[in-house]
Design a binder for this molecule. Structure first.
Ligand code: HEC
Length: 184
């Protein structure tokens, strides 16, 4: 446990747990790792790429992939300084009070928990955990898998129910007439 020196037991427990990855979720433990691909890329892809992407590069800044995200824009001030959110334009502009300068421009500020995630990610070293720094941020989001349809439905889905009613009614003309003419 070289990484977990003699700390009060609670800090040591946290440290050991985090080292073991036991606390996985960023929102659960204050010191758990924030994942760029899972936590940050979806926020930026949704909120920022419209103004800072391949089509538009407001402030001469693009962040549609990780490589461009690290390059400063018109201000020539570091967009991300690993370990220092306050020296990272990408975070500083999210939380400055002047609404004219704040990102998202012409919109409500980013919700606090999302801004806090970005802050924490920079504090933790702004690491990239994706496969390719040139991949579009939207392609990094792990897709929510669609559940497979059930092999059989507990009840007939309506269209199948109609069909079986029709088939059953072939041998009973009266029922067919009733069915075809609708509500009577
Ligand atoms: C509606 C458009 C719009 C949206 C959405 C937007 N921005 Fe901006 N952004 C701008 C404009 C315009 C500038 C240039 C401001 C200036 O030069 O005063 C800018 C500048 C920046 C800069 C400074 C670049 C530099 O070095 O000069 C950063 C960093 C930035 N935006 C990050 C973000 C982030 C992160 C988001 C999403 C949370 C975001 N922006 C969303 C319009 C937008």
């Amino acid at each position: 446990m070289a990484r977990c020196p003699n700390l009060p037991w609670i800090a040591r427990w946290l440290c050991v747990s985090v080292a073991a990855g036991a606390l996985g979720s960023a929102s659960f433990a204050a010191s758990a790792d924030v994942s760029f691909t899972k936590d940050i890329a979806p926020i930026l892809a949704k909120k920022c790429v419209t103004c800072h992407g391949p089509e538009k590069a407001k402030g001469n800044y693009q962040l549609h992939n990780f490589e461009t995200l690290l390059k400063p824009g018109a201000s020539k001030t570091a967009s991300v300084t690993p370990g220092h959110p306050a020296k990272s334009e990408l975070f500083r502009l999210l939380v400055i009070t002047d609404a004219d300068d704040r990102m998202l421009q012409k919109d409500d500020p980013l919700p606090k928990p999302q801004a806090a995630l970005i802050e924490k990610w920079i504090q933790q070293g702004a690491k990239f955990d994706g496969p390719d720094v040139k991949a579009h941020l939207a392609s990094l989001n792990p897709r929510v898998p669609h559940p497979n349809p059930p092999a059989s439905y507990a009840q007939h889905v309506p269209i199948a129910a109609l069909r079986s009613a029709q088939m059953a009614s072939n041998s009973r003309p009266a029922a067919t007439t009733k069915y075809r003419t609708g509500n009577r």
